[in-house]
Design a protein around this ligand. Structure first.
Ligand code: 13P
Ligand code: ZN
Length: 285
């Protein structure tokens, strides 16, 4: 089958375009990666290019040795993926140590995989391990409202999780483990990859202060839906805090316990603290 006609490539392209339509991918902002299933690699193997040069990943991911990934190209615009996918995305293969990659398809006009490849692959390595191989998608987007929130809320996992949960009743059901926050760091390297993948041990969502968000999931729908839900909550919070510095009423810790019981999800008690009086602009929380 032609690589562009496979279900996973079509799903990848649709997700990228959905993200662009949401306004999360100005210029070359954001990146997406998908870990291929063995049967998907076999399906396209006759159409892969001859093996090229091995290139260092910039991080070691031995847990992903020999795996294939579909990734966005560095500097490529999400808005162009749907019209010219072969120029914007690539299939890469990792070596038997998980230290180097080589290009096997795509980026026909030249280029390299996303500059966030270390974060994508370190996240994949963690998620493959902690989900028994279930998670296959890592998505990074420059979500406007989450970025805005990182200027007005303390950069603390518990605070972000509780605020995002309070913004919409379904949130604790969609991301019951909560969200992690990475303080501002230089993007595109191993250091931020280490910090992010550490959070991915316990969360499916990692927020990068003043930059955007990373999400992990089993498939394109679940991963897009997760990031979309978190960003929608952030939008509600930004609207609320644009009107008043303090909510008049909200969903309480006991309300969350009731939601957890009704929907059979375990909500960690560390997010259900009794809240001190808080208003935007206060120091601390
Ligand atoms: P790339 O174009 O290299 O994927 O970088 C975009 C980005 O969002 C970096 O964080
Ligand atoms: Zn980015």
């Amino acid at each position: 089958m032609r690589i562009l006609d496979t279900k996973f490539v079509r799903g990848f392209i649709k997700m990228a375009d959905d993200g662009f339509q949401q306004g999360w991918h100005e210029r070359n902002g954001g990146n997406l990666s998908y870990r291929l299933k063995p049967e998907e690699v076999e399906e396209i193997r006759p159409r892969l290019n001859e093996s090229g040069e091995w290139t260092p990943i910039g991080a070691a991911v031995p847990g992903l040795a020999g795996e294939y990934f579909l990734v966005t190209g560095s500097g490529k615009y999400f808005r162009n993926i749907i019209v010219d996918p072969e120029a914007c995305i690539a299939i890469i293969e990792l070596d038997d140590k998980g230290e180097n990659y080589r290009l096997r398809w795509g980026l026909v006009e030249g280029g390299v995989p996303t500059s966030e490849l270390p974060t994508h692959l370190m996240n994949h390595e963690v998620k493959k391990r902690v989900t028994n191989g279930a998670h296959r998608v890592i998505y990074h987007a420059h979500t406007t409202n989450i970025i805005a929130l990182t200027f007005i809320l303390p950069l603390v996992d518990e605070v972000f999780t509780r605020e995002l949960w309070e913004a919409a009743t379904e949130c604790p059901v969609v991301f019951p483990q909560g969200v992690g926050v990475v303080n501002w760091m230089v993007p595109g390297g191993r250091e931020i990859a280490v910090a992010t993948s550490k959070l991915m041990e316990q969360y499916d969502v990692a927020i990068w202060a003043h930059h955007g968000m990373f999400c992990s999931g089993e498939n394109f729908d679940l991963t897009f839906g997760l990031l979309h839900t978190v960003e929608k909550s952030a939008e509600i919070l930004i609207k609320v805090y644009s009107v008043v510095p303090k909510k008049l009423q909200t969903i309480t810790a006991d309300n969350f316990r009731a939601v957890g019981k009704a929907f059979h999800v375990e909500l960690p008690e560390k997010f259900l603290f009794e809240k001190p009086e808080f208003k935007i602009g206060d120091e601390g929380f």
